[in-house]
Write a protein that binds this ligand. Structure first.
Ligand code: AKG
Length: 314
């Protein structure tokens, strides 16, 4: 382990005990911890570079038509089937969601195990990543709904990639993913803290995001797209699923995480979640002990060829 990383780890531990730091301390912490996005992606395939530079610069990249519309329709059908057949795994809040859907649905698994997504995450973070799980979710318009993700937030303060796939057409009214452009960059993190009076390491932003949007409306991006649109973003950027004004939105989200994060901690965080250990033969055994026919063992499969999709990044 490099000295820089050791110092970073030490600083993080110290911070988890006391988060009140001077501005100088906060700056030092960000310099130590945010600096591991590689400076350049020179050694990556040229078309990956386009994607990676965009995420580094803006915090996100949109790849239209990443998955064909009929495959998206199958994923919607599968999502509805999971809601019906595996109620014990359905989270119900702002939306309906099932974590670990890739273990019990072949169409969802195709997106989950696309190796290109991990390749991008590895190149972006400069570390080894893995798919922790795929979430499938459905969010329907409701009065005063907060949208997918429950309002403006950042998942954390370290570079990390999530991949969202829209399964139906998403416009400005049906809950598009929204992001404050550049809010992942360390200098901007500190500036935003001052503008919106955010606490150090505050990750739920909610209404304080209004101050940031007011300060610079051009940073507020709303990512509409047809079924099959892929969104790649740095989860340390401030983001949310916009509240729906009508209709419904279905999406898959790949949780692509640093390999070293202990799996059990993640299972505890996202429970109930379908795991590989729930699969017996070709069947799913739920936490409740019930056995459901029709589940198939996970098998890595790929989506479109890399060359087919890369010209599409904008
Ligand atoms: O589904 C969305 O549009 C946003 C999801 C989100 O906020 C998250 O995954 O952290």
């Amino acid at each position: 382990m490099s000295a820089k990383r050791r110092i970073g780890q030490f600083a993080r531990k110290a911070l988890s005990r006391s988060v009140s730091l001077s501005v100088l301390g906060q700056r030092t912490w960000f310099l130590l911890n945010k600096s591991h996005v590689p400076r350049s992606f020179r050694n990556c395939p040229p078309q990956d570079r386009i994607v990676l530079e965009q995420i580094k610069e803006r915090g996100y990249c949109v790849v239209p038509a990443f998955v064909p519309a009929d495959a998206c329709r199958q994923c919607i059908e599968e999502t509805e089937r999971l809601f019906r057949e595996h109620r014990e795994f359905v989270h119900q809040g702002e939306d309906l969601r099932v974590f670990g859907a890739e273990h019990v649905s072949a169409p969802i698994r195709r997106f989950a195990h696309d190796p290109w997504l991990i390749q991008i995450a590895n190149a972006y973070t400069g570390r080894r990543n893995r798919l922790f799980c795929t979430l499938t979710n459905k969010i329907v318009y409701q009065e005063d709904g907060l949208g997918s993700g429950g309002g403006w937030h950042r998942d954390g303060f370290f570079p990390e990639i999530k991949a969202i796939l829209y399964l139906n057409d998403v416009d400005g009214e049906t809950g598009p993913f929204q992001i404050l452009e550049g809010s992942h960059a360390r200098g901007q993190v500190l500036r935003d803290m001052r503008t919106a009076d955010l606490r150090f390491l505050q990750n739920r932003i909610d209404l304080q995001a209004d101050a940031l949007v007011e300060h610079d409306p051009s940073r507020h991006k709303s990512l509409s797209g047809g079924a099959g649109t892929l969104l790649l973003f740095d989860t340390s950027a401030i983001h949310r699923g916009a509240p729906l004004r009508r209709g419904v939105r279905y999406a898959l989200t790949n949780y692509i995480l640093d390999e070293t994060i202990p799996t059990q901690t993640l299972y505890d965080t996202y429970a109930p979640i379908i795991r590989e250990s729930h699969i017996k033969g070709d069947r799913l055994t739920g936490d409740s002990g019930c056995v459901t026919a029709g589940a198939i063992r996970p098998k890595p499969e790929t989506n479109l060829a890399t060359s087919e999709r890369l010209g599409q990044a904008r």
